[in-house]
Design a protein around this ligand. Structure first.
Ligand code: FES
Length: 111
């Protein structure tokens, strides 16, 4: 496997696929920003600001790892906390997230 595919839910609830090469040392936040999604990501990936948060729509269908303690401390402070909310800066690109479906909350996008 040389790449994975993730799916980003759009305003009309359709999914935009995105192919991501494996072997890059980037977070999902980096990849989303690099592909034109204007996440605020104010802290630059330090798990402090939550302005890179995404809702994972199919966590039971992929092998995504759970949040570690520092990420969980931030997630628990969010009104959106449902157990499906994650900081995209803490999700590393790997085969474990192949097939991931996410929604990016409109309120964190920079207009
Ligand atoms: S960029 Fe700040 S928590 Fe992810």
């Amino acid at each position: 496997m040389s790449s994975i595919k993730i799916h980003i839910q759009q305003d009309d609830f359709s999914f935009q696929p995105m192919e991501i090469p494996l072997g890059i040392q980037l977070s999902l936040m980096d990849v989303l920003k690099g592909n034109g999604y204007p996440l605020e990501a104010i802290c630059g990936g330090m798990a402090l600001c939550a302005t890179c948060r995404v809702e994972v729509l199919n966590k039971d269908e992929v092998m995504i790892e759970g949040a570690d303690d520092p990420e969980m401390c931030v997630l628990e402070t969010l009104p959106c906390y449902t157990g499906n909310c994650r900081l995209s800066c803490q999700i590393h690109i790997s085969e474990k997230i192949d097939g991931l479906k996410i929604r990016i909350p409109a309120e964190i996008l920079v207009n």
